[in-house]
Design a protein around this ligand. Structure first.
Ligand SMILES: [Ca+2]
Ligand SMILES: [Ca+2]
Ligand SMILES: [Ca+2]
Ligand SMILES: [Ca+2]
Length: 330
């Protein structure tokens, strides 16, 4: 889409990290360096938690606030507890929701639960600037009519009546069509119609149901009728087939692995206390070099490798990955 109406197509990328970046298109067809998508307060547009690479945890803006002295460590700890239950990352799509000529955002994030009703609904973030100078509102509002857990909306005029509709993907649920029965600039949605159930997609390798379904609308075969492309993923746990002895061995190895990791963590924490947490590759390298001078630490690392090599064949396997499906409109 061309989000700043300068005639060059731009690329909006949101994802697992939690924030959205925008790559403004240039006249020669290349893209400028990514810039974070900001709201009217200059804060990065975000719906769920974001992944803090320094701390390796999901978090929100609490950490940024503490840096400015606005929030206590106790409050942070509480916040992080809450976030274990909260939504993660931000998904994003654009549409001119209010029909004022500029693009608005529809935000979503990872649902807390699947296959159940939830208060989690996609949110609309209006563009309060104009089409040449997009400026996104601090406040977001829910799409009321959408009541089921889902995410990854595809927006398009699916039934060709001039109003955009929503096709929703989901996690462990359905692909659904929400017909826009409102007016231009005042969207309102009918009860959803199920287009696909998750069992309609059969996982090639193990015959299981797919998990995430992410639809996209396009005319795949160029016959003038809109089709659906659906990306899916699977996370099937494939239990290891073990004898009684192997099960006992696995339990023992897991115990030793935990002890080893705890030992390594102690050394790491002691290092952080003295030198701070490394933030760069160089600093990590230095930390590894320093710690490896300690024979006990080195022995723990070697032990961890040894235990893990033995443990790996005894562990359950995850079948991940996914497919892209096409459904042509009749
Ligand atoms: Ca542009
Ligand atoms: Ca608009
Ligand atoms: Ca429509
Ligand atoms: Ca088609």
């Amino acid at each position: 889409m061309d989000i700043n109406a300068d005639g060059n197509t731009d690329l909006l990328v949101a994802g697992y990290g939690g924030f959205a970046d925008i790559y403004y298109g240039k006249a020669d067809g290349t893209f400028a360096e990514a810039k974070p998508l900001l709201n009217e307060d200059g804060v990065k547009v975000n719906l769920g938690s974001y992944w803090c690479y320094d701390q390796n945890i999901w978090t929100t803006f609490a950490r940024e606030k503490i840096k400015k002295g606005g929030i206590s460590h106790a409050e942070i700890a509480l916040q992080e507890k809450i976030e274990q239950q909260s939504t993660h990352f931000t998904l994003l799509t654009v549409v001119d929701w209010d029909n004022d000529g500029d693009y608005d955002l529809i935000l979503n994030s990872q649902p807390k639960v699947a296959k159940k009703d939830s208060d989690q609904k996609p949110k609309v973030c209006l563009n309060i600037g104009d089409k040449k100078n997009p400026k996104f509102s601090r406040k977001v509002f829910e799409i009321k009519e959408i009541s089921r857990v889902h995410y990854a909306e595809a927006i398009g005029d699916w039934d060709g009546d001039g109003l955009f509709d929503i096709i929703s993907g989901s996690k462990g649920y359905h692909v659904q069509f929400y017909k826009n029965i409102g007016k231009l600039g005042k969207p309102k949605f009918a009860e959803p119609v199920i287009l696909f159930k998750n069992e309609d997609f059969i996982n090639g390798a193990h015959g299981g149901e797919v998990w995430i379904m992410q639809p996209s609308i396009c005319d795949y075969n160029n016959d003038g009728k809109l089709d659906l492309l659906i990306g899916t993923n699977t996370n099937n746990n494939i239990p290891a087939k073990l004898t009684k002895e192997q099960k006992a061995e696995r339990t023992e190895l897991e115990k030793v692995l935990k002890e080893t990791i705890d030992g390594i963590t102690k050394y790491n924490n002691a290092y952080y206390k003295k030198h701070g947490q490394p933030k760069t590759n160089e600093a990590y390298k230095k930390m590894t070099e320093t710690l490896n001078k300690n024979a006990d630490f080195k022995a723990l690392v070697e032990k961890q490798k040894e235990v893990y090599t033995k443990l790996w064949p005894l562990k359950d396997k995850m079948e991940g990955g996914g497919y892209v499906w096409v459904s042509l409109r009749k």
